[in-house]
Design a protein around this ligand. Structure first.
Ligand code: GN1
Ligand code: CA
Length: 328
């Protein structure tokens, strides 16, 4: 029991403290004893097994361990095998893709080679054409040089000759001028002679009748209109063209009764468009009543004059007498 805490502490208090401490120590001791007892109780439970049971337990444990080991081994082997298979597949895929790539590459190369050879052929052809063209051009240039040289020489010669011929050409030009002057004078003289002959026209060819400085021929035979027209042309004349009432009357006076004579008037080119043979349109008509009537299946495209001075259209193929007309 501890002393010396003070002489002030009573005897009872000291006894109570000692008691409390003893209780504490006692509790701790009893706790330790309990723990020791518990440990001693566990060990004897394993040790209490019989050797057979212990061996069996060991075998079981061993077997379990073996099974576990085998299972682990199998799982590992499976995994390794799967990985191996995957690796193999990957290798095969890689090999396949390599083969395909190599095949594609070779095909592409073949195609490229083919295209290149075709293009090369085309280019060679073009090159050949170009070279031929160049050759042709060279030939032309050479030819042109020869020609041009010749032409140049010719021109020079002409120029030289021109120098020599200059006075002769001058004279020729003057002669030409003189000739034109004489020709003009001749024309004028001819014109005057013509005018005079018109003024003093008193004679027409034999068998022709004169009226107003014009000669007329009244046929005694008959012909279709076209043949009659041709006849007049052969005599430097034309079928009669009526320009005045006096002229129409003159013509009518020479037409025998119950006869009709061809005039140079027709609408054969366009029905109803009556024209004289010199191309003029009809402006002074003397048609009979009811004419032109263009009767018959063939129509009537050529004009005739009656003795009364009236006109009638009849078929051109009909044979009729005719009247030619020409200047004096
Ligand atoms: C008739 O009557 P004659 O023959 O002159 C006819 C003309 C025809 C002609 C044919 C009034 O004329 O129109 O063109 O026959 N006259 C009448 O030949 O019909
Ligand atoms: Ca008629």
């Amino acid at each position: 029991m501890p002393k010396g805490k003070g002489s002030s502490m009573s005897e009872g208090e000291a006894a109570a403290g000692a008691y409390e401490r003893w209780d504490l120590v006692e509790g701790m001791e009893s706790e330790k004893r309990e723990q020791r007892k518990a440990r001693k109780g566990a060990v004897p439970s394993l040790l209490t097994l019989s050797p057979e049971r212990a061996i069996t337990l060991l075998y079981v444990l061993l077997a379990l361990t073996f099974v576990l080991f085998m299972a682990l081994t199998i799982v590992t082997l499976q995994r390794v095998s799967a990985m191996w298979e995957a690796l193999e597949q990957a290798r095969m895929r890689s090999e396949n893709s390599h083969t395909t790539a190599r095949h594609n590459l070779s095909e592409a190369q073949d195609t490229l080679d083919e295209q290149l050879s075709v293009e090369l052929k085309v280019m060679r052809g073009r090159l050949q054409n170009v070279s031929q063209e160049v050759e042709r051009v060279w030939w032309k240039v050479a030819e042109c040089q020869r020609e041009c040289g010749k032409e140049l020489a010719d021109r020079l010669r002409v120029l030289e000759e021109r120098d020599v011929l200059e006075p002769v050409l001058q004279q020729l030009a003057e002669a030409r001028q003189e000739q034109s002057r004489v020709a003009a004078l001749l024309d004028k003289a001819l014109q005057e002679t013509h005018n005079l002959s018109e003024i003093f026209c008193t004679r027409c060819p034999s068998g022709w009748q004169q009226f107003d400085r014009t000669c007329y021929f009244f046929s005694s035979t008959t012909k279709p209109w076209l043949a009659a027209k041709e006849f007049c042309t052969n005599f430097s004349a034309h079928l009669a063209i009526v320009d005045s009432q006096q002229e129409n009357k003159f013509l009518a006076n020479h037409v025998m009764e119950n006869q009709k004579f061809w005039l140079g008037l027709t609408d054969r080119y366009r029905e109803g468009d009556w024209q004289w043979t010199d191309g003029r349109s009809l402006s002074l008509p003397f048609w009979n009543n009811g004419e032109p009537n263009n009767v018959g299946s063939h129509g009537e495209d050529c004009a005739t004059i009656y003795s009364n001075g009236r006109w009638n259209d009849v078929p051109c193929f009909q044979a009729e007498p005719w009247i030619c007309e020409r200047s004096c």
